[in-house]
Ligand binder design. Structure first.
Ligand code: FES
Length: 96
């Protein structure tokens, strides 16, 4: 069950991406974090406790939302715009 439910921009242009190898769909204007949390119940497990994390500050300050892109880059999901065809991996130490 997703953590977030889309209540606005439901008719915005769909943006397809891969999340941990699974095809998913967000909307134009989503960040990676908002797109991921509308299809998953968490962003990733905590590096320390394995408890579910979903970002914290939502403004690129806390570093709680790192994800890995297909090219190996680690980015903050809360400040990275979703783009068509992205391959995103979540989880501690994951590489795409
Ligand atoms: S949620 Fe804090 S840096 Fe992304």
């Amino acid at each position: 069950m997703p953590l977030l439910y889309r209540v606005a921009r439901q008719n915005e242009v769909p943006i397809r991406f891969m999340l941990n190898g699974r095809p998913c769909e967000g909307r134009r204007g989503d960040t990676l974090l908002s797109a991921i949390l509308t299809v998953e119940e968490q962003l990733r497990p905590s590096d320390f406790t394995q408890e579910p994390r979903a970002g914290f500050c939502q403004m690129s300050a806390c570093q709680d939302c790192w994800v890995t892109l297909q090219n190996g880059d680690r980015v903050r999901a809360c400040s990275t715009p979703l783009a068509d065809g992205m391959h995103v991996m979540t989880g501690a130490g994951e590489t795409a």
